[in-house]
Design a protein around this ligand. Structure first.
Ligand code: ATP
Length: 320
C-alpha cells in the first residue's frame, strides 16, 4: 500500500505483545452481574503476537492475518470485522485521537487461538499502542491501560507484561517485582475452548457438588516468592488453576497431555487460563527444549518459552 510521492503519507507502526500463562488462578462464585471475581498471578511469556498498523487514505478499519503467522489457522474462526479485538482497539483509539486516519491492521498470529493464553487480548494491546503512535494521540500508559480494560479483562496485562497479580475480573492489576526467569513448554491443542463455556462448566461442577466458594481476594504469597527467586521446584508445588477441572471436563484429552508432560520430566503442568493450552514447568531452558522435542515425537505441538517478558512494545515505525 505505497502512497505516491507528495500524496498521502502512509506509515506503518509494528508492535509486538506477549501471550500469558496464569501461574495461579482462583475463581470465585458466579456474581449477580454474570462475571466471576478472580485472583491470579499472570506471567507474560515469550510467545508474541505482532500487529502492523498502516495508515490508509481511505477512512475505516480493515484487518488481515499475515501469511507469516506460525499457527495452522485452517478452519480456525478469527473474525476480520468489528468483532476482532484488534479492530475494536483501533476503533476506540480513533474515537479518542484528534488526528486519526483510516488504518489497516495486519496481525501475525503465534499465540494459540481460543487457547487460554490471551492471544486476541495481545492483538488488542498491540493495536492500542500502534494506533497511539500512528496518530500521535499522546496518551499516557495509564490512559492506554484504561482503554485496554474496556476491551477485555486480559488486555491491560498484555500491555503491562512482566509478572502481575490480577484481582477483580482480572483487570485490577498490580505489577509484581518477580523478574527471575522460569522456563516452560507450551502444548497447544488443535481446537479452542470458549472461555465462557469453561466458566459455566466450573459453576455447574461446583453446584453439583454443593460446593460453596468464597470470593478470592489475594494470591498465595508462596507463588510470588517462588517467582521472585526463580525457584522452579517451589513453584511447581504451588501452581493452581480452578478452571482446570472444567477444561478437562470439556476436553478429557488434557489429562493425558498433563500426564505425558510430567512423565517426560516436567516439574508440574497446568492448564493455561481456560485452556486448552497446557503449560509445563521445567528447570531451565535446555530442559524446556528437550521436553518440547520429546513431546513433538508424540505428535504434540510444543514450544519452549520463558517468562517474564516485557509487555507490548513498538518494534518499528516506518514511513512508506
Ligand atoms: P482469553 O484467555 O483472553 O479468554 P483466549 O486466548 O482463550 O482468550 P483468543 O485467542 O483471544 O482466546 O480468542 C477467543 C475468540 O475470540 C476466538 O475464537 C475468536 O473468535 C475471537 N477473536 C476476536 N478477535 C480475535 C483475534 N484478534 N485473534 C483471535 N481471536 C479473536
Amino acid at each position: 500500500m505505497k502512497a505516491a510521492a507528495g500524496k498521502f503519507p502512509a506509515r506503518t507502526v509494528r508492535v509486538k505483545a506477549p501471550g500469558k500463562v496464569n501461574v495461579s488462578l482462583d475463581v470465585g462464585p458466579l456474581r449477580a452481574d454474570g462475571y466471576h471475581s478472580v485472583a491470579s498471578v499472570y506471567l507474560a511469556v515469550s510467545l508474541y503476537e505482532e500487529v502492523a498498523a498502516t495508515s490508509t487514505e481511505t477512512p475505516g478499519i480493515t484487518v488481515s492475518i499475515s501469511p507469516d503467522s506460525t499457527l495452522d489457522l485452517d478452519g480456525v474462526d478469527i473474525p476480520l470485522d468489528e468483532k476482532n479485538l484488534a479492530y475494536k482497539a483501533a476503533a476506540i483509539m480513533a474515537d479518542v485521537s484528534e488526528h486519526s486516519t483510516g488504518v489497516h491492521l495486519e496481525i501475525t498470529k503465534r499465540v494459540p487461538v481460543a487457547g487460554g493464553m490471551g492471544g486476541g487480548s495481545a492483538d488488542a494491546a498491540a493495536t492500542l499502542l500502534a494506533c497511539d503512535a500512528l496518530w500521535n494521540s499522546g496518551l499516557s500508559r495509564d490512559e492506554l491501560a484504561h482503554l485496554a480494560a474496556e476491551l477485555g479483562a486480559d488486555v491491560p496485562f498484555s500491555l503491562l507484561g512482566g509478572t502481575a497479580v490480577g484481582l477483580g475480573v482480572g483487570d485490577d492489576l498490580s505489577p509484581a517485582l518477580a523478574k527471575a526467569q522460569t522456563d516452560w513448554v507450551l502444548v497447544a491443542a488443535d481446537y479452542g475452548l470458549p472461555t465462557p463455556e469453561v466458566f459455566r462448566t466450573l459453576d455447574r461442577l461446583r453446584e453439583a457438588e454443593g460446593l460453596d466458594v468464597a470470593e478470592p481476594t489475594a494470591v498465595d504469597p508462596k507463588i510470588l516468592q517462588a517467582l521472585r527467586s526463580g525457584d522452579a521446584d517451589a513453584l511447581s508445588r504451588v501452581l493452581v488453576n480452578d478452571l482446570q477441572r472444567a477444561s478437562i471436563e470439556l476436553s478429557p484429552a488434557l489429562r493425558d497431555t498433563l500426564g505425558r508432560g510430567e512423565a517426560l520430566g516436567a516439574l508440574a503442568g497446568i492448564v493455561s487460563g481456560s485452556g486448552p493450552t497446557v503449560a509445563l514447568l521445567t528447570h531451565n531452558p535446555a530442559a524446556a527444549e528437550n521436553l518440547a522435542e520429546d513431546l513433538r515425537h508424540y505428535g504434540l505441538t510444543a514450544f519452549p518459552v520463558h517468562g517474564p517478558v516485557h509487555g507490548a512494545r513498538i518494534i518499528s515505525d516506518t514511513l512508506l
